[in-house]
Design a protein. Structure first.
Length: 402
């Protein structure tokens, strides 16, 4: 039975009223400055190593794992699981939303943050591995909550708990509800009722996450590489078909980069939207991306719809693992199965929600609240990241100095 529209509208208004001031705090200039300073400091402190040593990282990822412990996954599976949680509808609907709000110049800031964000992500991975533990089930567990509490000491345990709490809640937002909402919205345009999407997604997600990290990693390893390559190729074909407009698209990115509107707010998706010429036409999210693909290359909007389906599904799988680890940190291993049940329930609920502003607004706020404790820890542990990197790269020098 559907909820009366008046009740739904009242609920949306209440949520928006509460979320507004919290979002202003979570994504105020202090947070933006913290993100920027952390990324720049780490990149400079590491002497741009995360960029310069990228080929080495790729070789290590592809190297066979001969001593894989029970319950562990390979380097490639770990990367695909991480990408599954990263390459989601934000690369399609999120980029479209940024352009709709901030104009073409928003793309420039996405590039800049992404460049220095590489060092931030590297630091997270280094610290997560260094401070990881083995839980009561014999599985390796790690992440910001562990390197906050163990790396910064007993006085900072509370901050690790804060991260875990907002990490768990953010998972239900950006890692679950947002993804399912965008999928159901795209399929609704094809005549598929939201109720059908909710049931199908719920069943598929349950079938995978009930098997834990090993089943999640296997699904991600099978799906993510294929879909990522296919989507990139589709975008490149569209850009080549509209090659005459690509130069203008880049020009608009740089000429609009330093407006306040752009600064407030997937490169290939952005370029397709810009060469289509329909940005700013009143559409947003996945609808804008679908319309842009259709405009740039007639009949190609299905690529976005299919991409949304796959990216959203893998993101929900990847984030379920992140959220599960945060939940385990807070409540212990006994909370894992209940968490999975709630996760599937949110898949269904997210597919049925009808207001993009409420869904994305709450998800963005939770992301900011999750980022703040993590960024503080990364700044305080930046020296540890640099030292651990030096020891790994120059082990002989480390031994001689002891």
């Amino acid at each position: 039975m559907s909820v009366p529209s008046s009740a739904a509208d009242n609920f949306d208004r209440v949520v928006t009223a509460i979320n507004g001031p919290v979002s202003s705090f979570a994504w105020g200039w202090p947070t933006v400055g913290l993100i920027s300073i952390t990324g720049v400091l780490l990149m400079v402190g590491l002497r741009f190593m995360p960029i310069l040593r990228l080929p080495y990282g790729v070789r290590m990822m592809l190297a066979p794992s001969d001593q894989q412990a029970e319950g562990d996954i390979s380097s490639f599976q770990a990367l695909m699981t991480s990408l599954a949680a990263t390459v989601g509808t934000g690369n399609i609907a999120g980029v479209a939303g940024a352009i709709a709000i901030g104009g073409p110049g928003a793309v420039f800031w996405m590039w800049l943050i992404a460049f220095f964000g590489i060092a931030t992500k590297y630091a997270e991975a280094v610290l997560a591995v260094h401070y990881r533990e083995v839980d009561d089930l014999g599985h390796h567990v790690g992440g910001p909550m562990y390197y906050i509490s163990k790396g910064l000491g007993p006085r900072w345990v509370w901050l690790g708990g804060v991260f875990a709490l907002f990490g768990m809640l953010a998972g239900f937002g950006i890692g679950n509800g947002v993804q399912c909402f965008e999928v159901s919205s795209a399929l609704l345009g094809l005549g598929v009722p939201r109720e059908v999407t909710a049931v199908v997604l719920g069943v598929l997600v349950f079938a995978v996450i009930i098997g834990g990290v090993r089943r999640i990693s296997k699904a991600a390893s099978a799906i993510v590489p294929f879909m990522a390559i296919a989507y990139v190729l589709a975008c490149l074909i569209i850009l080549l078909a509209n090659i005459g407009s690509v130069g203008d698209a880049f020009a608009s990115i740089f000429s609009n980069a330093f407006t306040g509107q752009a600064a407030a707010t997937g490169t290939l998706t952005a370029l397709v939207i810009l060469v289509s010429g329909i940005a700013g036409g009143g559409l947003s999210g996945s609808e804008l991306s679908i319309a842009a693909f259709n405009e740039a290359l007639a009949g190609s909007g299905w690529i976005v719809t299919f991409g949304l389906l796959v990216f959203a599904f893998t993101t929900v799988l990847g984030w379920s693992f992140y959220g599960e680890r945060c939940t385990e940190y807070l409540f212990g291993v006994k909370a894992i199965l209940p968490f999975r049940g709630v996760w599937v329930a949110v898949v269904v609920i997210g597919s049925l929600v009808g207001d993009r502003g409420v869904v994305w607004g709450v998800a963005d706020t939770l992301n900011g609240l999750m980022a703040i404790p993590n960024l503080i820890a990364l700044l305080l542990l930046s020296g540890t990241v640099v030292e651990l990197t030096r020891r790994y790269r120059f082990p002989d020098a480390s031994e001689s100095s002891n």
